[in-house]
Ligand binder design. Structure first.
Ligand SMILES: C[S@@+](CC[C@H](N)C(=O)[O-])C[C@H]1O[C@@H](n2cnc3c(N)ncnc32)[C@H](O)[C@@H]1O
Length: 325
């Protein structure tokens, strides 16, 4: 009988968790607890590191549950109510570097917080280790929140994590978040679709798997009546400009570049497809989204997107009412 590699890996992960001592017994079987890589060690915050490492040595009892939570583009006010509730109830939070400051503060003070993303010059953990960490904490019977920037299902590798948990029979649910394209467009007060101007929105990445070079299908993307939201595109901005203009998109097509969208340090900058093909976009450090299409023409009004947010204190007992749901 043929057993797929994936199934085998899932089985052994489960086996390692279920029978830690046996698994450590050698005989070619995978050891448990698994050796911690340098990245995995440094991923744990100093305050939680020791307890986390101690926990790895212990067994678990009962199955926990995992919730993949969308943290939105950065502003804590843009979280869903469901996300806030899940964070408040979480015992372990595994978060990506893109998660905005202030959002983690919504987790319970005693929740274990583990950064699995790129931060302070460190590399993110390999996806396999992230999958194993999520499963490990769930198997300890913990309520685990896997917190991801934007929406977890948009360029967030959520599918791989769900598949892994499914293979192990660990319950998982998903709470959506506001994806960067929607947050950035809202910040600029611009609609991604517009009657007579744009009838489609395409979310596309200009980034290949694990940094590989990747050539999108420019002819399919170069729709003058569509809007493109290009994720992870800053470094490839020149190639994107050239590819789209060579495929027939007019060089005067507006491009809105948003760095750190929906954060206090948001930067917005307009260019055109032709200029982008020549000069790319300015290098920055924050996450950057390219929005391309006629719908992105800057608004005429000065101070666009500058209306004040509602002061939530004005909503009075909102918090109390939410508690009853
Ligand atoms: C790995 S993808 C994750 C996308 C995320 N799941 C979402 O739904 O927004 C990361 C890319 O999303 C975009 N991005 C995420 N947050 C952003 C923000 N606050 N401002 C601008 N772009 C952002 C950038 O293009 C960044 O390189």
């Amino acid at each position: 009988m043929l057993i797929s590699a994936k199934w085998r890996e899932g089985f052994f992960s489960l086996w390692r968790v279920a029978f830690p001592r046996l698994a450590g017994g050698g005989g070619g079987a995978p050891t448990y607890p698994p050796p911690l890589s340098a990245d995995l060690r440094s991923a744990c915050r100093v305050s939680t590191k020791q307890s986390f490492v101690r926990e790895l040595g212990g067994g678990g009892s009962g199955w926990g549950q995992v919730t993949l939570v969308g943290a939105g583009p950065g502003d804590p006010d843009l979280l869903t109510v469901a996300a806030v509730k899940a964070l408040a109830a979480a015992e372990v939070v595994l978060y990506d570097a893109l998660v905005g400051d202030g959002i983690l503060d919504l987790a319970h003070p005693q929740a274990e917080r583990i950064c699995v993303g790129k931060r302070s010059g460190r590399h993110s953990l390999p996806q396999g280790e992230i999958n194993a960490l999520i499963a490990f904490h769930a198997r300890r019977g913990k309520r685990v929140v896997r917190l991801k920037g934007g929406d977890p299902m948009v360029f967030g590798r959520a599918g791989e994590e769900i598949e892994h948990l499914d293979e192990l029979g660990i319950p998982v649910r998903v709470i959506p978040g506001i994806t960067a394209a929607l947050g950035c467009a809202a910040s600029a007060g611009l609609s991604l679709t517009r009657r007579g101007v744009s009838r489609a929105v395409t979310f596309v990445t200009a980034h290949g798997r694990d940094g590989e070079r990747f050539e999108p299908d420019w002819a399919r993307l170069a729709d003058p009546q569509g809007t493109l939201a290009i994720y992870m595109g800053r470094e490839q901005a020149r190639a994107v400009g050239r590819g789209l203009s060579a495929a027939g998109l007019p060089v005067g097509t507006p491009v809105l570049v948003v760095e750190n969208g929906c954060r206090p340090d948001e930067r917005r900058h307009w260019t055109t497809l032709g200029e982008m093909a020549e000069q790319g976009v300015a290098a920055g450090k924050g996450p950057t989204l390219l929005l391309v299409g006629e719908a992105l023409r800057p608004r005429r009004a000065a101070g666009c997107g500058a209306a004040d947010a509602v002061d939530l204190r004005a909503l009075g007992d909102l918090g109390e009412r939410l508690d009853h749901h």
